[in-house]
Design a protein. Structure first.
Length: 228
């Protein structure tokens, strides 16, 4: 299961460069440009790590970090700043930031710092049996889900296995052949239509608009993709 990273950076060119490179590394990436929107996005996406620019408009990165601490939010933070100012670094680290890097920085160095912070702070993420997205939740241990409408539903073992396969390959296409090979035996002889019915049910449970699904997508002639 990939880690989620929130980039809070008002320099859009840098923001998009970071987003692209982090996605190529397999991370789920979300972005915002202002301190005012930061807390909303943090609460919405529940990231595993935050890349936080200090020099943000209206509300600085330092103030955003203080708000996080007031909410007792323990999400690890790496500060980004164009100011090579020792005092800024000291202030950020005194507050409890997990790391600090000065722009311009080497991308490989940032990726290494991200890896190390995640390794120190959230090693349990890979073993988690609960997956959350938007207002929904999947519990792979109990075979229960919380739907978009907030209802708790029990799913079958095979439905949960399909969800697990899709979630483990988030934002990537999983072919019909792979699904059939991993979830059914040859003696059962299922059809692609069988999988379609499962996907339709997932859309009823998790999608706002079943006709225009955001999360459970069919890729014509190939397979299916779970997106967040």
């Amino acid at each position: 299961m990939s880690f989620k990273i929130l980039i809070i950076e008002d320099e859009l060119a840098l923001q998009q460069t970071l987003k692209l490179n982090l996605e190529l590394e397999g991370y789920q990436v979300f972005c915002c440009e202002s301190g005012g929107d930061a807390i909303l996005q943090i609460n919405k996406h529940a990231p595993d790590l935050i890349l936080l620019d200090i020099m943000l408009p209206v509300i600085s990165g330092i103030e955003v970090y203080k708000l996080l601490k007031e909410q007792q939010n323990t999400t690890p933070v790496i500060f980004l700043t164009a100011k090579n100012n020792v005092q800024d670094k000291i202030e950020g680290l005194k507050l409890g930031a997990d790391d600090y890097i000065t722009k311009p920085f080497d991308l490989e160095e940032l990726l290494l710092r991200i890896h190390n912070v995640l390794k120190r702070n959230v090693p349990q993420k890979q073993e988690s049996n609960i997956f959350k997205f938007d207002s929904c939740e999947i519990n792979f241990s109990t075979f229960q889900i919380i739907t978009r409408e907030g209802k708790t539903e029990d799913l079958s073992k095979r439905e949960m296995a399909l969800l697990k396969l899709l979630v483990d390959n988030v934002n990537n296409v999983v072919s019909r052949d792979e699904i059939l090979d991993k979830l059914w035996t040859k003696d059962e002889n299922p059809s692609s239509r069988t999988i379609d019915n499962y996907i339709l049910n997932f859309r009823k449970l998790f999608e706002v608009n079943q006709k225009e699904p955001l999360h459970f997508q069919s890729i014509r002639g190939v397979g299916y993709k779970f997106c967040v």
